[in-house]
Ligand binder design. Structure first.
Ligand code: PEP
Ligand code: MG
Length: 551
């Protein structure tokens, strides 16, 4: 997988089962029977080959009966009927006769005889000019795979390093959505299905709809385009699949279709790493609470401002900020002051055209030039603070002096009004601030590392330019050295440093983050369960290693 910068890309397939899900991919190795073992069997071994077939059939039948029972309980009688039909096929004396005949007359091994028999049944149905009947043909393919599974290699994921979240909250990408695939997996933790083929009336699609799992098919080359661990947005209502969706794409979708989103199963907090949420819109707080988030570590307040048109005021800001406060069940919230500029332009602001906007008037610099906007936001936040403690974070701070200047401006803006306790923190996302982490953490209440921008400025590689992906490298040791420095500056002063860039939401980096001294992360809401699962695993491995070392 390309671990460097990821770029959004949309592909269109056939909508099979409505709903929307955003999660990481688990790519299934379901073409495992494309090379069916095929060898000559001598007459003295006919009995043994037939025995292998009978045994495989007995186990397959037992499994299908169990599945049918589960589906009956979970989905309904009618859907369970799909599997009753599979049992009938497995018990059909014609199937037995045909397989035995191929073993005895054509000297075939059990696998080859099974494959040839069931392929021929499937072909016969596929020749019939009726879509419904043609889609029933996949039942034979399904039974073939079941039997071959019992005779050899089981279905596996391509993933060997846990990037697909070890089976949790994942979107399955496979060649075909078969009924077994749909229900064999733990359906509570499957967030969606994407397949290369399979029609709307196929049994897998019927089951996906009954289970409420979004599904899209007809993406013929999708398995070549993706890899385990890749994040994907599947829209089973429109058939659109977005590879590496941008945060703004996900947020827009969540705002527009809240009831369509399939939420992952929440995982309880884990000692040793606080996991908070990054949000962009007030409506996301309910998802954060649902996912047992330990606070909002980054509220990107500018997104609502930029997307909401020019009709804003201190009152409209207050309304949004108070909504987040009141719905967050007393958990801490870090409101990031508007990070406008570069790719986040706010129309109507007096900002000259810039040749190099990422290095131009953005974040704290822009606020210092647009004091009225800063004042309006500060006053809205002060009104929220009357209800309880809040935190504010300043984006793109370059050094101590700039932090002191903007904090002073904030305090001057609210000097004439009632306010509660407001903590002031710094976004560490420009290398100069990281290099002054000790001095900054002497005066700041907390810090937040924005690795998205930090990588951009550290490696001089535009975060939005896909041609520079090779230079935008979260794995680079220099980035980790900076993270360690900032974490140490916070730790030695008893102040929290949260990492809130995309890197923090990637389970792959959790061990590394904990090892460099990070004790809090803030991630996309949907990534909370995966991050907690990785944290649990990290501490479990640690205690195992400790035990082994002591022996
Ligand atoms: C960052 O830069 O890592 C960050 C969290 O802020 P944003 O992505 O909004 O720039
Ligand atoms: Mg940033």
């Amino acid at each position: 997988m390309n671990e460097k910068k990821r770029f959004e890309r949309i592909v269109k397939g056939v909508a099979l089962s409505p709903g929307i899900a955003v999660a990481r991919i688990c790519l299934l190795n379901d073409s495992r029977h494309s090379n069916v073992p095929d060898y000559t069997v001598e007459s003295q071994d006919f009995g043994a080959e037939k025995e292998r077939f009978y045994k495989a059939r007995a186990v397959a039948k037992e499994n299908v009966v169990k599945i049918a029972e589960r589906v009956k309980l979970k989905v309904g009688e009618a859907e369970a009927g799909i599997f009753d039909a599979h049992v009938m096929i497995l018990e059909d004396p014609q199937l037995q006769m045909d397989v035995e005949q191929l073993i005895e007359q054509n000297n075939m091994n059990a696998e080859a005889a099974i494959a040839e028999t069931l392929d021929s049944y499937e072909m016969r149905l596929l020749e019939i000019d009726d879509e419904y009947i043609r889609e029933r043909a996949t039942d034979f393919g399904e039974i073939k795979r079941r039997l071959l599974d019992e005779l050899g290699e089981k279905m596996t994921s391509h993933c060997d390093d846990g990037l697909c979240q070890r089976g949790h909250n994942r979107i399955i990408v496979a060649e075909e959505l078969t009924p077994q695939l749909t229900v064999d997996l733990d359906t509570d933790s499957v967030m969606g299905f994407i397949t290369e083929r399979g029609g709307k009336n196929a049994h897998g699609a019927i089951l996906a709809r009954a289970l409420g799992i979004p599904a899209v098919s007809g993406l013929s080359k999708i398995r070549d385009m993706v890899s385990c661990g890749m994040e994907i947005l599947v829209n089973g209502t429109t058939g659109e699949v977005t590879l590496w969706p941008r945060e703004t794409t996900v947020v827009k979708m969540r705002e527009a279709e809240p009831e369509q989103i399939r939420m992952p199963v929440a995982v309880d907090p884990v000692d040793g790493l606080r996991v908070m949420s990054n949000i962009s819109m007030p409506g996301e707080v309910s998802c954060a609470v649902h996912m047992k988030s330990e606070g909002i570590g980054l509220y990107r307040t500018e997104i609502e401002l930029i997307t909401g048109g020019s009709d804003y005021s201190e009152d409209s800001f207050y309304e949004s900020y108070h909504k987040v406060y009141s719905e967050n069940q007393g958990q801490p919230i870090a409101y990031r002051m508007f990070d406008i500029g570069s790719d986040k332009k706010l129309s109507g602001l007096d900002v000259p055209d810039e040749r190099n906007p990422a290095l131009g008037l953005r974040g704290a610099r822009l606020l210092l030039k647009n004091k009225e906007l800063l004042r309006m936001q500060a006053r809205a936040l002060a009104r929220v603070s009357v209800h309880g403690d809040i935190s504010v974070t300043y984006p793109m701070i370059i050094d101590v002096d700039q932090f002191l200047e903007i904090k002073q401006l904030f305090n001057d803006s609210i000097a004439d009004m009632e306010s509660g306790r407001i903590k002031h923190g710094v976004m560490f996302e420009v290398p100069s601030a990281c290099l002054q982490a000790d001095e900054i953490m002497d005066i700041a209440d907390f810090g937040s590392v924005g690795t998205n921008d930090l990588a951009q400025y550290l490696f001089a590689a535009d975060r939005d330019n896909e041609l520079l992906a090779d230079y935008y490298t979260p794995d680079h040791p220099v980035l980790w050295k900076m993270l360690e420095m900032v974490a140490a500056a916070g730790k030695s002063r008893g102040k929290t440093i949260t990492v809130c860039g995309e890197l923090a939401g990637d389970p792959k980096y959790i061990t590394k983050l904990i090892d460099v001294g990070v004790s809090a992360v803030s991630v996309s809401v949907r990534m909370i369960p995966a991050v907690r699962a990785a944290t649990k695993e990290h501490f479990l491995n640690k205690s195992k290693n400790k035990l082994n070392g002591e022996r």
